[in-house]
Every structure is written in C-alpha cells, then in structure tokens.
Design a protein around this ligand. Structure first.
Ligand code: UD1
Length: 400
C-alpha cells in the first residue's frame, strides 16, 4: 500500500488537484483486481492548508469541482510570506509525522506548495511536483522562488510542456526524475466545460445580448506588481476604462485587489455590481450600484469555477495577470492579454492565444482594440493537453 498526501492551499491549486483525486481513486479501485508486477495499491489523503479560506476563494471550488471534503484542514490563513510559509510548515510537519506518507504530492507554485515540499523533503518523504519546470526568470515574483525551490526538492517532476523539461535539466535535475505528462488544469477544463455552459452567470450579469455577440471582456488582476502600487494600479484602470467604453469589462475581484483599491481610495475607478442570487458578496455595500449606471469596469465578487469558465469561454477578450488563465484561454481559443512583462508559460504565446502586454496603459489599450477589430490567428493545442494528464501522473507513481 502506498500512502499519498495530496496538498492544496490556494485557489489555483483546486482545479489542479481535482483530476488527481479522481485518478488516484480510480486507479486504487482498479488495483483491487489483478495487479502487474511492481504495481501498488494507493491510498490518498487530501490536505487543505487553508491559505485561501474565504468561501468564494475555496469552498465554491470544492463544490463546483465535486471535490471531497479535505481529510485534514490546517487553517493557516493569511500573513506575510514568512508567516504564512512557516505556519504551513509547522502544521504540515505534524501531519507528516502522524500519517507517515510514502509520497507528498504538491501542485503549482503557491506558498503552500513550497512549504509542504520542504517539510516532506526534510523528513525524507519523496515529493512529487505537478506543474514542474515553469520559469518566468523573474525572481521578483514570489511564485518563481516557490517554483525553483520546489523543483529542487522534488523526486518526481511532472511537466506540462517540453520547455519545462529543458529548464529543469539546465538547473541540474536528473532527467530520470522528469516526466512530461501534460496539463492537469486542462483535464479539469475538459471535464467541466459542458456543465459550465449551463451556468446562469451571463443572465445574472445581464450580458445575454453581448454574450451572444461575443462582445464583453473578462478581467482578473491580483499580482503584487500590478496592484500594490497606487500609481500603477490607477494607470491600468485608466486603460481598462477606455476599453469599457467600447465593451463591458467584467472583473471578479480578488480580495487582495479589493483591499488595495479601498486603501488607495480608487473606488471611483470601478463600478461595483452585486450579482443577483450570488451567495457571497464581500463588496462594499454602500458602493454597489446598478450595472448600467456607468461604463466602467464592472467589479463582481470572486466567482466559482463553473461561472468563471462560462464567462471565459464566451468572452471576446480576457485580460489577466494570472498564470493558469493563459492556459485555459489557449484551449478555449479566446484571445488573452497578459498584463505582465513575462510569462512562465511561453507555449501559450508560441502556440496559443496569449499576448504579453505588460502594464503600460497604451500597450494594453492598443492591443485590446486591435484584437477586438481584427481577431487573432488560429492557435494550436499544446501536446498532451488532452484531458489525460492526471492519469499519466498516477500511472508513473504507481509503477515507481
Ligand atoms: C496566491 C498565490 C498566487 C496565486 C493567487 C491566486 C502565493 C505566493 N501566491 O496569491 O500565486 O495566483 O493566490 O488567488 O502563494 N485573502 C482573503 N481571503 C482568502 C485569501 C486571501 O481575504 O481566502 C486576502 C488576504 O488579505 C491575504 C491576501 O488576500 O493577505 C493575499 O492572499 P495570499 O494567499 O497571501 O496571496 P494571493 O495574492 O492570494
């Protein structure tokens, strides 16, 4: 019996673990029958660190993705990077000592990823990193540090593209540890796309006509480099509001961005919209207005996976500083403007629908208008982004 702890902590982790939970359960079920030589039964435990804890950032994703309740919830919450990482490590070490897993599997590049990988490695428990080898080559990004360290600590490095294999080899990782398996986030997208199309979010936002014409944009913004400096944030909203004069720009606001907007007194630059029937709203109640009153960016509460996927799939354009959204738009064939100076996912630019525009307002505006008028060339779907990545990962682990 091989005991695997699967770790998730923050929003972008949940869509990555969902197909792994499913594949582990499936293989375990199959394993009860006749086994090949060296094959082992798998037992998995799901640990949620609690890095993201709001219902809109965590619970709705568990619900939408059909994830089981975590077996263990660490409840670490927010803090500085050192505080958060340290709290996760202290709590996770206890779990590892008690559960004695044979493997700790971490995904992505958030603080929970590196914290749990470090704990496991020090306890001599093998680590598997799903989404290994991505590099932005920009160490001002906290995620880049998390990626480099997690990869150095890992025994199984599962990559989404060949670029990642090359990055790892350049950093001295032995080739036999690296497995090119594809993209688990795309497994989740394929599994949920049909269900997402049934979401009522388009109606709730009053976007029926614009959606039929594919004439709205979807925006996400939460990177420290974009939202922690009032001058930068104000300039970005300047450009976005010019786009909003042409088409509605829907903006599910991340809690960290919302608190920066409040702190910098930039409320006037966006229009807060409550969504009828949405369970949670953490938007400032005195600022919620009717969505039609001004042609500004329309801020809505963070959305669940299915609502967001629905909006993304029917958008004319997505503007984002997220990592995963660059990949999801590539699969959906929706143009994506990445409001960062670099990407750790270059395949979305060379093969997909992604354009790196940075945070210069003129560039954002010009590129958005150009794409709205001219469209973009057809994209290619990267190899192994086929809905079977989790299956490949579990097979490698099981046969190890
Ligand atoms: C984290 C990840 C980032 C990922 C993002 C997606 C790291 C280093 N960063 O950034 O890679 O793209 O998640 O969302 O791990 N907050 C809440 N409720 C929550 C969670 C956060 O209010 O449920 C607020 C808190 O004020 C917190 C702030 O958001 O201090 C930032 O949260 P944190 O988890 O530290 O980083 P993110 O910016 O969410």
């Amino acid at each position: 019996m091989m005991k695997i702890i699967l770790v998730a902590g923050a929003r972008p982790n949940f869509m990555k673990i969902a197909p792994l939970v499913e594949a582990l359960a499936w293989f375990n079920q199959q394993g009860k029958g006749v086994k090949r030589k060296n094959e082992r039964n798998l037992q998995s435990l799901l640990v949620h660190t609690g890095q993201h804890y709001d219902e809109g950032m965590s619970e709705f994703f568990f619900r939408d993705l059909g994830l089981p309740e975590p077996d263990i919830y660490l409840g670490v919450g927010s803090g500085t990077h050192a505080e958060q990482t340290a709290r996760i490590m202290m709590a996770f070490e206890k779990v590892c000592l008690e559960e004695r897993p044979d493997l700790v599997m971490v995904v992505g590049d958030v603080n929970s990823t590196v914290a749990c990988a470090l704990v496991a490695a020090k306890l001599l428990i093998p680590v598997a990193h799903v989404e290994a080898g991505l590099r932005s080559f920009d160490r001002t990004m906290p995620e880049e540090i998390n990626r480099i360290l997690t990869d150095q600590l890992s025994d199984f490095l599962f990559t989404t593209c060949k670029d990642a294999n090359r990055n790892l080899i350049r950093e001295g990782i032995p080739e036999e540890k690296i497995h090119f398996v594809g993209n688990v986030m795309i497994d989740t997208l394929f599994r949920h796309l049909e269900m997402a199309k049934k979401s009522k979010i388009i109606e709730k936002l009053g976007l029926m006509e614009t959606a039929n014409l594919k004439k709205y944009a979807l925006l996400t913004l939460h990177r420290p480099s974009n939202v922690d400096d009032p001058v930068v944030l104000k300039k970005i909203f300047g450009a976005l509001n010019e786009i909003a004069l042409r088409i509605p720009v829907i903006f599910p606001v991340h809690p960290r961005t919302l608190s920066r907007i409040q702190e910098f007194r930039l409320n006037r630059l966006i229009n807060y919209v409550d969504i009828n029937g949405t369970e949670a709203t953490h938007l400032p109640p005195n600022l919620i207005r009717n969505k039609n009153v001004s042609r500004r960016v329309l801020a809505v509460p963070p959305l669940g996976y299915l609502d967001f996927l629905c909006l993304m799939s029917r958008a004319a354009l997505v503007l984002t500083d997220s990592g995963g959204i660059q990949e999801e738009t590539t699969i959906l064939g929706v143009p994506c403007l990445t409001l960062r100076n670099n990407t750790e996912r270059p395949i979305t630019v060379t093969q997909g629908t992604n354009f790196i525009v940075g945070n210069d307002p003129r560039k954002i505006k010009d590129m958005a208008f150009f794409i709205l008028e001219n469209g973009i060339p057809p994209r290619r779907i990267p190899r192994y982004w086929d809905g079977k990545a989790a299956e490949r990962i579990v097979k490698v682990v099981k046969d190890s």
